[in-house]
Structures are given as structure tokens and as C-alpha cells.
Ligand binder design. Structure first.
Ligand code: ZN
Length: 62
């Protein structure tokens, strides 16, 4: 299982309805809408990597 970077849901790559590649990584999404949101602004959803410029939109402890 991998994490949908947009909404934080766990997604099974085998069954993911949407996926995209960004900077050599493949990301999986629970829905096409999440993929579209990601592609509009990938950096925003990639916390801890290159996207770490301050805003942690969906970042809550656990
Ligand atoms: Zn999602």
C-alpha cells in the first residue's frame, strides 16, 4: 500500500484508479480528482522532500 499524497489515504497500487509520475517517482491516487490536484501543484503535496517550503496542508500528527 502506498499513500495518496493529496488526501493521505492508503491506496493499493494494483487497484489505484489514478497514478502519475513526477521526478522519477510514481504516485498513486484514490481518485482521478486527487491526481488532478497533485498535477496542478505537486510540490505542495510532497512534504519532507523538495516540497518543504512551509505549508503542511494535510500534515497532522497521526
Ligand atoms: Zn485521494
Amino acid at each position: 500500500m502506498v499513500k495518496d499524497p493529496v488526501c493521505g489515504m492508503m491506496v493499493d497500487p494494483e487497484k489505484a484508479p489514478a497514478k502519475t509520475e513526477y521526478k522519477g517517482e510514481t504516485y498513486y491516487f484514490c481518485a482521478p480528482g486527487c491526481k488532478m490536484a497533485f498535477e496542478e501543484d505537486p510540490e505542495r503535496y510532497l512534504e519532507g522532500t523538495e516540497g518543504a517550503h512551509g505549508h503542511h496542508r494535510m500534515h497532522h500528527g497521526h
